[in-house]
Write a protein that binds this ligand. Structure first.
Ligand code: C5P
Length: 229
């Protein structure tokens, strides 16, 4: 079956304290968003890449797709990430098969690379419902009360941090997101879980962490450079 990519890129990046949304900030010589686009562009298994931006986005520029042959931009971003992804899926459904795989990847994860995507492909067997990249949790987890004092320590056994890409069959994911919109899932897997599915966790990499705060730029930049040495 075929593979497609949707990159939700319609966030405002409120936590970055930057006027420019984080996906357009420069990292190792390229806009953050461009790193992921280039990884998916060169993978022969992938048919199409759709970037979902906000209709009010003043920073999108055509040169972001220079040299790209299968990537398109859609200005149908929504108020939440799930809405942006769903709008992208509706568009993709016009040209793709209901059974095609869709990989949803955060624009703010420039550290994705080809071996990680290949690992996801291998472990999301054709008969499975889908899979996501994720990392087992290393730190001890504390739950705080409103005074920022420790209320309790949570067991970290079996806990993972979700990353992206998150890979599901097109029609199944579209239905799951459609049904769960008002519950505001924070990733695609959660919408699938609410339907009773148990997507597989595939070991990702620290370098694929999401850029949320300014200091994350330096961390990801260093991790990406170290990986190419
Ligand atoms: O805000 P957060 O870091 O969780 O965003 C994750 C991804 O979802 C980012 O790539 C962001 O651009 C995207 N997003 C979106 N539409 C929204 C909110 C976030 O496409 N309304």
């Amino acid at each position: 079956s075929k593979y497609h990519v949707i990159i939700p890129s319609a966030g405002s990046g409120a936590r970055m304290q930057s006027a420019m949304p984080k996906q357009y900030l420069m990292l190792n010589g390229k806009p953050i968003l461009r790193h992921a686009i280039e990884v998916f562009e060169v993978m022969h298994q992938i048919e199409t890449v759709h970037i979902v931006v906000s209709a009010q986005d003043g920073y999108w520029a055509p040169h972001l797709l220079d040299g790209c042959s299968k990537t398109k931009v859609l200005d149908c971003g929504g108020l939440t990430r799930a809405e942006s992804v769903l709008n992208g899926l509706k568009h993709l459904a016009l040209e793709a098969d209901a059974n095609d795989w869709v990989l949803v990847h955060d624009a703010a994860r420039p550290g994705i690379d080809q071996p990680l995507v290949e690992r996801l492909f291998q472990e999301a067997l054709p008969e499975s419902v889908g899979a996501i990249l994720a990392l087992p949790l290393a730190d001890t987890l504390k739950r705080a009360d409103s005074q920022q004092q420790i209320e309790t320590t949570l067991s970290r056994e079996g806990l993972w941090q979700a990353q992206t890409p998150q890979m599901f069959k097109l029609a199944l994911l579209q239905g799951a997101l459609q049904q769960s919109l008002d519950r505001q899932p924070t990733d695609e897997a959660q919408a699938m879980e609410w339907l009773g599915y148990q997507p597989k966790l595939v070991v990702g990499d620290l370098k694929n962490m999401k850029i949320t705060y300014m200091r994350d730029l330096q961390v990801v930049s260093a991790l990406m450079q170290a990986a190419t040495l």
